[in-house]
Design a protein around this ligand. Structure first.
Ligand code: FAD
Ligand code: DLZ
Ligand code: SF4
Length: 509
């Protein structure tokens, strides 16, 4: 029989390892839309539509390249609903001599792939996913030699490995590895010339998918009214080019800025495409390097962007696989509260949260600092149970897969891993949000107040978080300032602050 090559929904490139190793004339590619994957968490409607439409377009592309593709649609009459069930049916149909597959992006699916050889009694080869720069073994070696896993050192190794932004002597371009000190400017005034991502018009294939998603997933979060994602490699490349031309030259400066009714700012909006396989991360970074050398992009912007991809993105993935499947159960701060209902509706008087959640519902997108310092920070200081927060992030963002979402949520945003990923919790009161955004001027709360009916809830929650976690955090040198300030507060003020937080949290429940 032929070779059977299952291609998963986030492996949408003809260069994926299992295909590269195979002979077109002797292989059947199996692409499966399955109920389990669409509902193991209740993904945002736009996320499901994006992935299924990209899968259908990818099947066309592979056929165009000469592959034989067996494509199972979600509403096919005998669709079994799972990867393993569909591979079982394909084994019946094609009687393959062997299965070749590229490794999955999460522990849950990895276990399925690993069960196939025994279950089907045919040889199964699982190829390592070499879209990533750092192989599992390489990360494990790097991590084994260290007490703390700091991104910055990992990143330098990736710079050396790729040659990106190196000078002739192999040192860092410009003499520094990291130009963050030049970045992180507060939000500028609204600017009519602000770049906007391309709004791709749905073609017939996408419209079919949108109809199916509307019908089948009406109880999932999110709107399809704003669906403009790229769904092919060519479209994703157009978005990449537009980002490089229009937004990258100011990417670094405003990386942490937030503006009302401006969901995208100078961000790339490329994560859904990088993660699903429509774009190649290394090729993208090489193009950024070329544009820096051609004088089209300042060094702080080129370096900042490349760091997000070969630094953060690779490092986060390394941590996910290095830490093992129990990482998701960690809860170092013993946070237990339920996720507030407004995470599903955006209906709250807190303007910053209403903005970040509202655009998430509309677009399946929020940029990093909204995820970290608005929705993430609120969940951290309000003490929301990490597992619930994790499920929310995994559901609502079009770019969310467990390998990247989980360490960002549990580790970076919630400190639930006790400081493996970050040396201190990213906890902040309203002052930080006010500095980086125009949100507070449009909010019913007063960002300058800690107690009282109109006090910004982030303020009391922040101090309540500090007080509540004294036993766990007071010895952290990076938290020393916060504890000194708390200790210097008058007892009556401390009392009032904690009452304010307690009342607010009671009302949330
Ligand atoms: P840009 O700002 O243009 O950045 C460029 C690229 O860098 C991104 O496309 C992404 O590939 C990469 N990148 C930047 N930061 C990170 C990071 N911390 N981890 C991994 N890659 C990064 N990113 C996801 O891709 N999927 C997720 O499910 C996800 N969940 C997150 C959850 C939380 C709580 C937080 C704080 C961050 C999360 N991120 C996630 C990281 C980051 O927020 C998104 O990658 C980014 O907002 C995507 O938008 P963009 O493409 O416009 O990014
Ligand atoms: C996220 C997702 C969804 C919604 N649907 C499918 C699907 O129907 N078929 C598929 O192959 N993949 C889907 N995916 C992506 C998978 O969940 C992803 O490939 C796994 O997380 C493994 O990494
Ligand atoms: Fe958010 Fe507080 Fe600012 Fe309102 S005042 S936008 S709640 S930080």
């Amino acid at each position: 029989g032929p070779l059977l090559i299952p291609v998963l929904g986030d492996q949408l490139t003809p260069d994926i390892a299992a295909l590269r190793a195979a002979d077109k004339k002797d292989s059947i590619v199996l692409i499966m839309e399955v109920a389990d994957e669409t509902t193991y968490v209740k993904h945002h409607k736009a996320k499901i539509a994006f992935i299924l439409s990209a899968m259908r377009h990818h099947a066309q592309r592979l056929r165009g390249l000469g592959w034989t593709v067996d494509y199972v649609k979600l509403d096919a009459p005998d669709n079994s609903g799972s990867f393993t069930g569909e591979v079982a049916r394909a084994v019946e149909r094609h009687r393959p001599r062997a299965i070749h597959v590229t490794e999955a992006g999460e522990w849950r699916v990895r276990a399925m792939l690993e069960s196939w050889e025994t279950r089907f009694a045919i040889p199964v080869t699982i190829h390592e996913d070499d879209r990533f720069l750092c192989a599992h073994a390489e990360f494990d070696t790097w991590a084994a030699a260290r007490k703390q896993l700091r991104m910055e050192y990992f990143y330098r190794d990736m710079r050396r490995k790729t040659g990106l932004l190196l000078d002739e002597d192999g040192g860092s371009e410009g003499g520094q590895w990291n130009y963050d000190a030049d970045n992180r400017k507060p939000a500028p005034g609204r600017d009519l010339l602000m770049p906007q991502p391309i709004r791709f018009r749905p073609d017939a294939t996408t419209r079919d998918v949108l109809d199916m998603v509307t019908e089948r997933f009406s109880d999932h979060i999110g709107s399809l009214d704003h669906f403009h994602f790229a769904v092919t490699h060519e479209e994703a490349l157009r978005q990449q080019r537009q980002f490089l031309d229009d937004a990258l030259p100011r990417f670094g400066d405003y990386q942490d800025a937030m503006l009302t009714d401006e969901p995208f700012l100078w961000h790339s909006i490329l994560s859904p495409y990088l993660n699903a396989g429509l774009l190649d991360p290394l090729a993208l970074c090489q193009e950024v390097d070329r544009r820096y050398r051609a004088g089209k992009v300042p060094l702080n912007c080129a370096e900042g962007f490349i760091r997000q991809i070969i630094g953060w993105r690779e490092y986060i993935r390394g941590v996910y696989w290095h830490e093992g499947p129990d990482y998701g159960a960690r809860n170092a701060l013993e946070a237990k509260r339920d996720l507030p209902g407004f995470y599903w509706t955006g209906e709250t008087d807190m303007h910053c949260l209403a903005q970040a959640i509202g655009q998430t519902i509309d677009h399946g997108y929020a940029h990093h600092i909204q995820r970290l310092m608005i929705t993430g920070n609120f969940a951290l200081i309000a003490g929301i149970a990490p597992h619930q927060v994790h499920v929310w992030y995994l559901e609502v963002y079009a770019d969310a897969y467990e390998w990247v979402e989980m360490p960002n949520t549990l580790g970076m945003a919630l400190f639930a891993d006790g400081g493996l990923l970050g040396s201190k919790p990213y906890a902040a009161g309203g002052a930080y949000i006010n500095r980086m955004s125009d949100y507070c001027g449009r909010c019913r709360y007063d960002v300058k107040k800690r107690v009282g009916e109109d006090a910004c809830p982030f303020n009391a929650l922040y101090w309540d978080f500090i007080a509540r976690n004294e036993r766990r955090l007071a010895r952290n040198p990076r938290m020393a300032m916060a504890y000194r300030t708390w200790d210097r507060m008058k007892p009556a003020d401390r009392e009032a602050t904690r009452m304010q937080a307690a009342n607010f949290l009671d009302d949330l429940a």
